[in-house]
Design a protein around this ligand. Sequence first.
Ligand code: HEM
Length: 456
Amino acid sequence: MSDHDNSLSEPVSVPLVTEPWGMMQTLQAVRQNVLSIIPQIATKQPIVSGKMIKRWHMVTDPEALRRVMLEKLDNYPKSEVTKNLLRPAIGESLFIAEGAHWRWQRRTVAPVFSQRNVLNLAPIMSAAAERSALRLARYGTNRAINMFDEMITATFDVIADVTFSGDGSFDRNAVHSVIEAYIGDAAKVSLFDMLALPNWIPRPGRILFGQGLKKTKGQADRVIEERRKYHGNKIPDLLDLLLDGEDPKTKRKMNTAELRENLLTFIVAGHETTALSLSWSLYLCAFDSNVQERAQTEARAVLSDGRVATGEDVARLPFIRQVIDEALRLYPPAGMVSRNAVARDELCGRTIRPGDIVILPFYALHRNELLWDHPNKFDPDRFADRKSIERFSYLPFGDGPRICIGASFALQEAVIILATLLSRFRFTPIPGRDPKPVMILTLRPEGGVWLKAEPV
Ligand code: HEM
């Protein structure tokens, strides 16, 4: 066993609440870390209920989750919590819309993310992986690198290239900072939204970043208009595919504002989440050197001539995929989502009333003792036989009709980047600088993921 073998200990986790909290204490905790309001018992029981202004229920029972996310979808629309945060940036796009307005957009966008289209975009992911490896090499062996920042750069490269690429008028860096600032700032005031205060209450994000957002929207609209005039011959990216897309049922096509809202949605929903999967995967590999060695051996065997991983390689890298699956279990980027009950129902024998908030705490679900052996332990072999994983006990991408539309895009990108980096570097942790999982809008490693990258 080597110095960094941690297979007997556990990677970092969030301390969950063990006693009932008062309102002020809860508010304070939410402000710091949304996950910390999950009671410890949510990892031991199928449902936990409480009341704070509104009645709420945290559900970690697979059957009840199936009911909320699949069978009774219309009874449980997405709650205003996330919508209020995101609406100023992404309007009534696929992520936010409900009912008929959601359905036609989903029908229009689904073919854009077909297996063939996603595979066609793999060269963009490979190019980003190559650039990331070159940046790491430039750092040298002895410098601590914040791999979260590095993965944010790599995944933004990808999402910018598949949305608004090839047009000089789109200032990528400016767009990146606007989106980052917006999410960071909006998240700070998410407390208001947790309590579902009305949307007209002014929040700092909307005032501070209103101008930046407006400019970004204007730039995006110009790129879309330009692309409308000439597109063709090259491999179609997400904008080309959306421009050609139409609702198979009604033949409706998206107008410029709808295209822009959905493309910005892909950036907001897709880039940080994928960077998080990669950062947590790298943290876990550095945490457990035996796992890292196995993943490295696999990557080096497939990429034997030192080349970058491609879309076709993904199927040949099953252990790399298992590491990512396990990272998504321990640190699901969407650590919890919530729904508003609009009709009377029953979940795990408990009455749900219209107006109740139903919280789907994926973080606690993935660490529930009724569903997982040694839930806090890092063990990618859990995913060796995927059929052994019960469908509604593992939900990093949600499930049912509103399942993440970018899941296979994200997984392909994560495998390509992780395999390329592991085939070229060995990652080691910096003592005393473990990341702290903090849930704002997504489950982030506070303080960053600081590692050394030594060429192999
Ligand atoms: C590892 C990376 C990702 C994770 C963990 C993730 C997670 C999720 C989850 C949990 C949902 C469901 C939310 C809910 O039910 O309330 C969702 C929805 C969505 N995601 Fe992702 N996502 C990822 C990457 C992406 C990418 C790359 C894209 C696009 C390029 C994307 C676009 C979307 C969209 C548009 C929806 C809304 C779908 C709908 O409501 O019909 N996501 N994602």
